[in-house]
Design a protein around this ligand. Structure first.
Ligand code: AMP
Length: 544
């Protein structure tokens, strides 16, 4: 028997309508690439979205199911694109600006974008590949001066596109399972793969991460969206801000630590997101040059890579700011878990509590996790047994775009993450490594993530990346790449070995170290293990 409840599709239009009716007075602040500050209200956003919906439909001929690409920083117009493209039933396909030209060309042709909205400062990246793009009919220039010159064909300025459009537009009736957005995974191996989000998954993801046990956002917050809108829909933050009535602050390309600190202070930001690299930078800049004005920032939500325990401790001790770790993937919209202390943990020592917060955390409602060992058995939730993390849930992909490739899924339909994890009896998941990165030395597992976290806790170490290198006796052994704080000072190999010996047994401790100026990173700021392995194999990493 079906329940007697209205059929009310959970679409991004309902989010926009809600944000306008209840929180029209809330603000969206953008710091544009030239550092100028622009402010408008959720009500202004709403009216501009309607104009844009008219322009997309009547001027650009975009229809339901069409793909529309964005190649842009975080700013107000990009948020308008999120809502208006999906609002008319088309798909907002965010293109990662940090990928190589080949990958960008592949993504645009594979997704069959009809129109691309591109930031003026990013135009040169598209000019190079424009002749190779098979389906793009128009390029719309964002934040471009009137006299902007480009070789891109069929261009139009965004503000001109909107200028003569009506603010009246009736959103079409959509099915909540229709596609609304698409993001390609960074593809550390092979070609990028598209993940197609639905209206329903987007709505449920955003409303769940808003809740106190999860991201803890409310209409008292001002949120800085550091995670790029071209990476997994900025973790759903443009949606959750409208749902929660949080003011939204968008930094565009102003992502240097000093820019971010200035924005955090000036806008009285209370919550923010970002990958660890960003927060490591902000922390070290604040240590070096303590801000005169106290930040009102309460929490920063970190994911994408492991949040080092030393960073959580440092930020809290030195500035009273709390780091909250989350885990997720492009394939999981992205947020799947979050790590917070519960009342049952209050009696624990500060160190024990820190151990819990440094885990990746418990699943959000709507997400299920399990660990499968190498021999295919379901691992016990004992916090010790390692295996591959499988996930399923209301915002986990069911298939990649345009592929029948099922090797990423188990026979019973779970998504295989490639992360090697444990889950303890309270459901806290901890990443030990990625399948590709786990080091097996003499038949025993060594976690490179644990070594990296431990090394980064050394006061002289800013970044540490550990990879497996071949060894005649043990088959594999760990190699540590070390970046010193401010690239200054010295630390000896013996000192690091001694430092690690507090937490690791002898065979787990690297005996090989190379000191470098910067760890190579992927387009989304993670340690690029593939590139590090390549540099090592080519003998280009220097000597220890
Ligand atoms: P992406 O799809 O690019 O977001 O990458 C997802 C992958 O990033 C996951 O499968 C993990 O390997 C890694 N990752 C995400 N969040 C965390 C985290 N909190 N700690 C460690 N690794 C993470």
């Amino acid at each position: 028997m079906e329940g007697l409840i209205m059929d009310y599709p959970l679409t991004t239009n309902t989010i926009l309508e809600y944000g306008n009716s209840v929180y029209h007075h809330k603000k969206i602040v953008t710091y544009l690439p030239d550092r100028t500050r622009h402010e408008y209200s959720f009500g202004d956003l709403y009216r501009r979205c309607k104009k844009l919906a008219n322009a997309l439909t009547h001027k650009l001929g975009i229809a339901k199911g069409d793909m529309v690409g964005t190649f842009a920083w975080n700013h107000g117009p990009h948020v308008e694109l999120y809502y208006s493209i999906s609002g008319i039933g088309a798909v907002c396909q965010t293109i990662n600006i940090r990928l190589s030209s080949n990958q960008i060309e592949y993504i645009i042709n594979n997704s069959e974008d009809k129109v691309i909205f591109v930031d003026a400062t990013l135009v040169p990246l598209l000019e190079r590949i424009a002749p190779l793009l098979e389906t793009v009919q128009h390029f719309i220039l964002l934040n471009a001066p009137k006299d902007f010159v480009t070789t891109l064909p069929n261009t139009l300025h965004y503000e001109e596109l909107l200028a003569d459009q009506s603010e009246d537009f009736n959103w079409p009736k959509l099915n909540e399972n229709d596609a609304c957005g698409m993001c390609y995974t960074s593809g550390t191996t092979g070609l990028p793969k598209g993940v197609l989000y639905s209206h329903r998954s987007t709505f449920l993801h955003a409303s769940t991460i808003m809740s106190p046990n999860a991201g803890n956002f409310s209409n008292r917050d001002t949120v800085l969206l550091i995670v790029p809108q071209f990476h997994v829909m900025a973790w759903g933050f443009p949606y959750l801000c409208l749902l929660s009535g949080s003011n939204m602050v968008l930094p565009s390309s102003n992502l240097q630590p000093d820019d971010l600190i200035k924005i955090l202070i000036e806008e009285k930001v209370t919550k923010a997101n970002g990958v660890p690299t960003i927060w490591l930078g902000v922390y070290h800049a604040m240590k070096l040059n303590p801000p005169k004005e106290k930040l009102v920032l309460q929490e920063y939500l970190v994911g994408g890579s492991a949040l080092p325990k030393s960073l959580i401790e440092g930020f809290e001790k030195d500035f009273g700011i709390k780091g909250v770790q989350a885990w997720g993937m492009t394939e999981t919209s992205p947020l799947g878990t979050v790590s917070r202390i519960q009342p049952k943990h209050e009696h624990l020592s500060e160190n024990e509590k820190m151990e819990i917060r440094a885990k990746q955390g418990i699943a959000f409602p709507g997400v299920e996790l399990r660990i499968v060992t190498d021999d295919g058995a379901l691992a016990p939730t004992d916090g010790k047994t390692m295996g591959e993390l499988h996930v399923k849930g209301a915002w986990t992909l069911s298939s990649y775009f345009k592929t029948n490739n099922n090797e990423s899924f188990s026979e019973d339909g779970w998504f295989k993450t490639g992360d090697v994890c444990t889950i303890d009896e309270d459901g806290y998941m901890e990443i030990k490594d990625r399948t590709k990165d786990l080091i097996k030395s003499g038949g025993e597992w060594i976690s490179s993530v644990a070594l990296e976290s431990a090394l980064m806790a050394h006061p002289k170490v800013r970044e540490a990346a550990v990879i497996a290198i071949p060894d005649e006796k043990w088959v594999e052994k760990p190699l540590a790449l070390i970046v010193l704080v401010d690239n200054k000072g010295e630390v000896s190999m013996e000192e690091l070995i001694e430092f690690l010996s507090r937490d690791f047994v002898k065979y787990q401790i690297p005996k090989d170290y190379i000191f470098i100026n910067e760890v190579p990173k992927t387009s989304v700021g993670k340690f690029d293990k593939k590139e590090i392995r390549r540099l090592f194999a080519a003998g280009e990493l220097g000597s220890n």
